[in-house]
Write a new protein. Sequence first.
Length: 186
Amino acid sequence: MHSELLCQVEALIFCATEPITPEELKRCLCETYDATISDEDITVALEALRQRYDQPMYAFGLCALAGGYQFMTKPDFQPVVQTLLRQNSKKRLSPSALETLAIIAYKQPVTKTEVEQIRGVTCDYALQKLLEKELVEILGKAETPGRPLLYGTSRRFMEHFGLNSLKDLPTLKEVVQPKAEIGNPN
């Protein structure tokens, strides 16, 4: 592996504000250096970086997210990072926004009316906040009377929750806490 190419790929991943795809890496490098770079070159560089940052001396690693790659803090450092994020968090989602987001994530593509039927209340404000935070996006229009908008989760949602695909969402059994029963200390 050519060390200059490895450094160039590393720099691009480091400065990207969201996961960068192998195709984006290749396009950027080919345009910058007016050179031909193969898919295999990119794959080899990504694997070399993954192996490098798997070393225990690094607090972060290379992760595959939302079809791209991003440097992320390793799980061992979650408590201290979580404290910092909690201290800096001023834009938390309300319980109603979280409920709305969960419905959209699991039922997408879904209309606002369908979300409201599940929640039992209107979701205009929560939906607006989710759109502002770019956690959901408009996917198109339904083929029903009135052609209501269809909503789904965005790439930013995938990044924020550390998912590579929607298949990585927890199942309902993993999320629901068992109810306390007689003799059960829960």
